[in-house]
Ligand binder design. Structure first.
Ligand code: PLP
Length: 445
C-alpha cells in the first residue's frame, strides 16, 4: 500500500478557478507567451498520489497525470529520494564530455524491458519530440533512405520535423511552416470509424497500398506509429493491423518505430503497449512521458545494429540524460520491475471499463469506449449517429473541472475525453470521478 501524504479526496472550496488562481493568471497574461495554452487555469501548489492541490486550497482528482507523465504517482517517495540524493551529488557533466553511471543504468533497464529478443542500445534525450527526431535520424542513417511514414490521427511533437509528422495542422503547425519534407501520412486502423466489419488486415492493406504507390519502399526508411494513439483519442488499431504492417515492413527493408511516448512504461498494464500484439515487432522505440515521475528525460531504444550505425558525435545534446532525471528514471523503472505497477494499471482498467461501458449503454451520446490499462477514452457523438459531438465534450470537461475532476480532451474533433490517471489512484477516487462525469452527462445530454 502506498502511504499518502495528502488525503486522497476531492475538495472544492472556492469557485473554479479560485481568487488566487485568477490573480496568478492575470500575472501570467503579462509574462507568458499567448502561444502557451492553459486547459484549466488553476495554479497548483502541491500534489500527492492522484490529488492536485491548488493555491486556493481546492483538491482535484488528477485524471491526466500531466498527460501520462506522473504515472508512478505525484511526489512518489522513491523519486523524491533518488532526486534528492542525486541533486546533492552531481547535477551535470554532459554525458558526451565526461560520463556517469546513471545514464548507463537507464539504458540497461530500457534495453532489458523493451520488447524484442535482440541485442539493444539506447540513447537519452529531453523530450518526446526529441526522441522521435532522433529515431528518424537513426533510421535514415541505417537504411540510407529518406522517407518516413506516419499515420492519420497520430501525434509526434512540436519541433519542426515532428510538426510535419502530426495529423492535425491546428493547433500544432498552422502558421509555423515551412514544414520538413519526406514525411507521408497513411490511413490508420480506426475501428469505430472504419467501414463496418473492416478487419485489421484489411486496414493494413489500405495503408500498404498507399505506402507502395505514394512513397515506394525503396525510398521509405521507417514507419513511425503509436501502438495506441495518444492525442488522437486512444485509437487502438483492430487486431492484426500491426502484425500485417510489420510483415510488409520486414519484407521491404522498412524499419518500424513504435512511438511509445504516451502509451509506454506501464501505462497500458504492460511495460510497453507494443506487447499486446505478438506479431508487432518494432525495431526502435521512443520513450518519454511516464519514465521518470515528472523529471525531464526521453529515450530511443532499439536494435543494436541500427543504434550503432550513427557515427560518434552525431547524436546527443547538452542536457540529454541529465544525472538527476536519470536517477529518477532508474527509480521509476526499478519500481515497475519490483512489481505491482503493471497490476495497478490493469486494476484501473477493470474498474473504469465496466463503468464507462455502462454509460455507453445508458446514454446515446457515448459513441465509443476504448483503450488499454490506465489509458481509456470516451468518444462523444450526436445521439443516434457517429457525428463528433464537441459541444457536449466541452460542457462535460467544464462540469468536471467545476467539480474538482481534472479531465483532458483528445481526438481530432476534440470530442474525446481521455483518462490517464496516476497508477496509484484508488478505486474510491476513480468511482467518485465517474459519478461526477455521469451527473454531467445526465445534465447535458
Ligand atoms: C507527447 C508526445 C510526444 C511529444 O513529446 P514532448 O515531450 O511533448 O515533446 C511524441 N509522441 C507522442 C505519442 C506523445 O504523446
Amino acid at each position: 500500500m502506498t502511504e499518502f501524504t495528502i488525503a486522497q479526496e476531492r475538495k472544492v472550496v472556492t469557485s473554479i478557478p479560485g481568487p488566487k488562481s485568477k490573480e496568478l493568471h492575470e500575472r501570467r497574461r503579462k509574462a507568458v507567451s499567448n502561444g502557451v495554452g492553459a486547459a484549466l487555469p488553476v495554479y497548483i501548489e502541491k500534489a500527492n498520489g492522484a490529488i492536485l492541490v491548488d493555491v486556493d486550497g481546492n483538491q482535484f482528482i488528477d485524471l491526466g497525470s500531466g498527460i501520462g507523465v506522473v504515472s508512478i504517482g505525484h511526489t512518489n517517495q522513491g523519486v523524491i529520494d533518488a532526486v534528492s540524493h542525486q541533486v546533492a551529488q552531481l547535477t551535470h557533466t554532459l554525458f558526451t564530455v565526461t560520463p556517469y553511471e546513471q545514464y548507463v543504468e537507464v539504458c540497461e533497464l530500457l534495453n532489458k524491458h523493451t520488447p524484442g529478443n535482440f541485442e539493444k542500445r539506447s540513447a537519452l534525450f529531453n523530450s518526446g519530440s526529441e526522441a522521435v527526431e532522433n529515431a528518424v535520424k537513426f533510421a535514415r542513417k541505417f537504411t540510407r533512405k529518406p522517407a518516413i511514414a506516419v499515420f492519420d490521427h497520430g501525434y509526434h511533437g512540436r519541433t519542426n520535423l515532428t510538426m510535419a509528422m502530426n495529423f492535425k495542422a491546428a493547433p500544432y503547425a498552422n502558421g509555423f511552416g515551412p514544414l520538413a519534407s519526406s514525411v507521408y501520412h497513411v490511413p490508420m486502423s480506426y475501428p469505430f470509424r472504419d467501414p463496418e466489419g473492416m478487419t485489421g488486415e484489411q486496414a493494413a492493406e489500405r495503408a500498404i497500398v498507399y505506402m507502395e504507390k505514394h512513397i515506394g519502399a525503396e525510398d521509405l526508411a521507417a514507419i513511425v506509429i503509436e501502438p495506441v494513439q495518444g492525442e488522437g483519442g486512444f485509437i487502438t488499431p483492430a487486431p492484426g493491423f500491426l502484425t500485417a504492417i510489420t510483415k510488409w515492413a520486414k519484407a521491404n527493408g522498412v524499419l518500424i518505430v513504435a512511438d511509445e511516448v504516451q502509451a509506454g512504461v506501464a501505462r497500458t498494464g504492460q511495460w510497453f503497449a507494443s506487447e499486446f500484439e505478438a506479431g508487432f515487432e518494432p525495431d526502435l522505440f521512443t520513450i518519454a512521458k511516464g519514465i521518470a515521475g515528472g523529471m525531464v528525460i526521453s529515450a530511443v531504444t532499439g536494435r543494436a545494429d541500427i543504434m550503432d550505425a550513427a557515427h560518434p558525435g552525431g547524436i546527443g545534446g547538452t542536457f540529454g540524460g541529465n544525472p538527476v532525471s536519470a536517477a529518477a528514471a532508474v527509480s521509476v523503472l526499478k519500481q515497475i520491475e519490483a512489481g505491482g505497477v503493471l497490476e495497478a494499471a490493469q486494476r484501473i482498467e477493470a474498474t473504469l471499463m465496466p463503468r464507462l461501458l455502462e454509460l455507453k449503454a445508458k446514454y446515446p451520446v457515448v459513441g465509443d469506449v476504448r483503450g488499454r490499462g490506465a489509458m481509456i477514452a470516451i468518444e462523444f457523438v450526436e445521439a443516434g449517429s457517429k457525428k463528433p459531438n464537441k459541444e457536449i465534450t466541452d460542457k462535460l470537461i467544464a462540469h468536471c473541472h467545476q467539480n474538482g475532476v481534472l479531465v483532458l480532451n483528445a481526438g481530432i474533433h476534440y470530442n474525446t475525453l481521455r483518462f490517464l490517471p496516476p497508477l496509484v489512484i484508488t478505486d474510491e477516487l476513480l468511482n467518485d470521478a465517474i459519478d461526477v462525469l455521469e451527473a454531467g452527462i445526465k445534465a447535458h445530454s
